[in-house]
Ligand binder design. Structure first.
Ligand SMILES: CC(C)=CCC/C(C)=C/CC/C(C)=C/CC/C(C)=C/COP(=O)(O)O
Length: 299
C-alpha cells in the first residue's frame, strides 16, 4: 500500500514524477505489485497518473485509495524504509521529505504506549474489574469534577455574595467554567477521538460531544479550578495541597474508570492550566465590564 503522506509531501515539494513509460502495468510503480515494496516510487507515479483519465477498475480503486477521505488515518505504522532521493531533489530536501515519517512513527509509538498504559490503568472500568469495588468512590470523584455542580455552585454563591470583591471572583469563575465547556466541546468535536473500548458509558448528564474523549473535560476543569482557587482564595497550606491532590486524583480516576486514555487527561491538564491564563488575562472587573456587574447588582 503506498504511503499517502509521501504523496502529499511529494506534491508539496513539487517532486517530479517518474516516467510512466518506464514501468510495466504490474510493476510496483504502477501499484500492480501490491504491498509496500514500491516505496516512494509508486507515489510519484500515482501523482502523475492522477492527471490522466483512468479506464480500468484496478486503477480507479487505487486512485480512490489516495483520496483525502480514504487517506484519513490510513498511514501505515511502519515506514517501508528510505527510498533513494528522487532525481533533482537536493539531499536536504530529501531529508525534509523523510523526517515527518520519523515524527509519524514517534507519534504512533506514543499512541501505542498510551493505549497500552490506559488499558492497564483502567482497573475500575467495570464492576468486575480488578478494582471494581472502588468504582463507586471513583464515580463520586467524577461528580466532584462535573460541570453542573460547579456551574450551579458558582451561580448560587454569586446570588448570595454581598461583597464586590467576592462577586468579581465568582463572576470570573463562572466565565472560566463556561469558557472551559466551550473549548472542550470544540476540541472534542474537532478531534473526535472515541472513548476507550473498555469504558461503560454510564456518566451523569453528558453533552453530545462527550461521546468523545480528547481532551478530558474533568481534567481541564480540575486544573483550571484548582489553579483558580490557589490564586484567588486565601487558604491554609493543607487546603492548598488538597486542591492540587484533588485535581491529580480526579485526572487519574478518569483513566482508572476507563473513561479516558492517559493522553486525554495529560492534554486536559495542560489545557485547563492554559485556560486559567486566558481568564487571568481577560479578568472581568467593574472597570472593564461595568455593564455585566451593573446587570448582576440589579438582580
Ligand atoms: C448554568 C449555565 C450558566 C450554563 C449551562 C451551560 C451548560 C450547557 C452546561 C452543561 C454542563 C454539562 C452537562 C457538562 C458536561 C460535563 C461532562 C460530563 C464532561 C465530560 O468529562 P470527561 O472528563 O469525560 O471528558
Amino acid at each position: 500500500m503506498p504511503s499517502p503522506r509521501r504523496s502529499a509531501e511529494g506534491r508539496a515539494l513539487g517532486i517530479p514524477a517518474a516516467s510512466s513509460s518506464s514501468s510495466s502495468p504490474n510493476s510496483p510503480a504502477h501499484g500492480g505489485g501490491g504491498g509496500g515494496g514500491g516505496g516512494g516510487r509508486f507515489e510519484f507515479q500515482s501523482l502523475l497518473s492522477s492527471r490522466a483519465p483512468c479506464a480500468d477498475p484496478t486503477c480507479a480503486r487505487l486512485r480512490a485509495s489516495e483520496s483525502p477521505v480514504h487517506r484519513r488515518g490510513s498511514v501505515p505504522l511502519a515506514w517501508p524504509g528510505p527510498a533513494p532521493a528522487p532525481p533533482g531533489l537536493a539531499p536536504e530536501e530529501a531529508r525534509m521529505n523523510l523526517n515527518p515519517s520519523f515524527l509519524g512513527i514517534a507519534l504512533r509509538s506514543l499512541l501505542a504506549i498510551d493505549l497500552w498504559l490506559s488499558k492497564k490503568l483502567g482497573v475500575c472500568a467495570g464492576e468486575h474489574s480488578s478494582w471494581g469495588s472502588v468504582r463507586p468512590l471513583m464515580k463520586l470523584l467524577e461528580i466532584s469534577g462535573h460541570g453542573i455542580p460547579w456551574l450551579l455552585g458558582t451561580l448560587y454563591c454569586l446570588s448570595r455574595s454581598d461583597s464586590w470583591a467576592g462577586r468579581e471572583v465568582l463572576m470570573n469563575l463562572l466565565f472560566a467554567l463556561l469558557l472551559d465547556l466551550l473549548l472542550v466541546a470544540l476540541i472534542k468535536g474537532l478531534v473526535r477521538r472515541r472513548r476507550p473500548a473498555h469504558n461503560q458509558m454510564d456518566m451523569f448528564v453528558t453533552l453530545s460531544v462527550d461521546k468523545y474523549s480528547f481532551p478530558s473535560g474533568h481534567a481541564t476543569r480540575a486544573a483550571l479550578v484548582s489553579r483558580f482557587i490557589l490564586n484567588h482564595l486565601v487558604l491554609a497550606i493543607p487546603l492548598r495541597v488538597l486542591a492540587v491532590l484533588w485535581a491529580f486524583i480526579l485526572g487519574l480516576s478518569r483513566v482508572m474508570l476507563g473513561r479516558h486514555n492517559v493522553t486525554d487527561v495529560a492534554f486536559g491538564f495542560l489545557l485547563g492550566y492554559m485556560q486559567y491564563s486566558i481568564v487571568d488575562y481577560c479578568w472581568l472587573s467593574p472597570h472593564n465590564a461595568p455593564v455585566l456587574f451593573a446587570l448582576w447588582s440589579q438582580q
